[in-house]
Design a protein around this ligand. Structure first.
Ligand code: NAP
Length: 247
């Protein structure tokens, strides 16, 4: 229970990686604000699971791509739990297509949720974290942000942007006890990757040295570590959790 007394906001925590991070932060003692945008039932199930385990959790609907809604999410987290110590910028979407066929709205949607969403929430937690002189900002980027990927120019740009953003935040607020790091997952089994074809999945699997797809818990384990005091001297880093895919 090394996160006892800490409060966290996890964006996009109703499903997949965000859900696993929310559950693990709660298991480690943190109070968790579970954010979602459309799937209220899934978010409430995450909350129920945390409450059943004796933890503290609340649910808040907000589209992180909206500056106003992101501010309300952070205010709600601070009001519910008396502060915001840990922010996990996890909410993300894909709208894949080759550049020649990519629509402007698909570019905008992916950049706005994945990248501007992180600006919106991080901007909002700055004041409470600076005041507390302690904070953890964790971004869920992607190895696609490091390597690029055909058919994902919008997603790669957003995830690379998230890395630049996180490193800049790390430089700005390091002197106030706040760390900012990015996790770069490889291929993790969630609904996001579930929609890929069997051929694409098998090709991907053949490139993973550890010989398996990742599970949401593989990412949650690192997020939890980064959230604690044990990671207090790590900032501005991009850590791949990808079974060796990006070696
Ligand atoms: P997922 O299963 O599709 O879940 C996405 C989550 O984001 C859901 O909780 C969804 O909420 C939420 N969300 C979407 N748009 C939102 C918005 N505008 N505002 C607030 N919440 C929003 O995705 P995942 O695979 O767990 O991915 C989570 C993160 O990891 C993403 O940033 C993704 O890019 C990154 N990632 C994933 C992989 C992978 O292999 N899966 C690899 C690298 C990086 P609702 O349930 O309400 O829709």
């Amino acid at each position: 229970m090394f996160l006892n007394g800490k409060s966290a906001i996890v964006t996009g925590a109703s499903r997949g990686i965000g859900r696993a991070i929310a559950l693990k932060l709660a298991q480690s003692g943190a109070s968790v604000m579970i954010n979602y945008v459309s799937n209220a039932r899934a978010a409430e199930e995450v909350q129920d699971q945390i409450l059943a385990g004796g933890g503290r959790a609340a649910v808040f609907k907000a589209d992180v791509s909206s500056y106003d809604e992101a501010q309300k999410l952070v205010s709600a987290g601070a009001a519910e739990f008396g502060g915001v110590d840990i922010l996990v910028n996890n909410a993300g979407i894909t709208r894949d297509n080759l550049l020649l066929r990519m629509k402007e709205e698909d570019w905008d949607a992916v950049l706005t949720v994945n990248l501007k969403g992180a600006f919106n929430t991080t901007r909002a937690v700055m004041k409470p974290m600076l005041k507390a002189r302690w904070g953890r900002i964790i971004a869920v980027s992607s190895i696609i942000g490091l390597r690029g990927n055909a058919g994902q120019a919008n997603y790669a740009a957003a995830k690379a942007g998230l890395i630049g953003f996180t490193k800049s935040v790390a430089r700005e607020v390091g002197s106030r006890g706040i760390t900012a790091n990015a996790i770069a997952p490889g291929f993790i089994s969630t609904e996001m990757t579930g929609k890929l074809s069997e051929t694409v999945k098998q090709k991907m699997l053949s490139e993973i040295p550890l010989g398996r797809f990742g599970e949401p818990d593989d990412i949650a384990n690192l997020a939890c570590f980064l959230a604690g005091d044990a990671a207090g001297y790590i900032t501005g880093q991009v850590i791949a959790v990808d079974g060796g895919l990006a070696i």
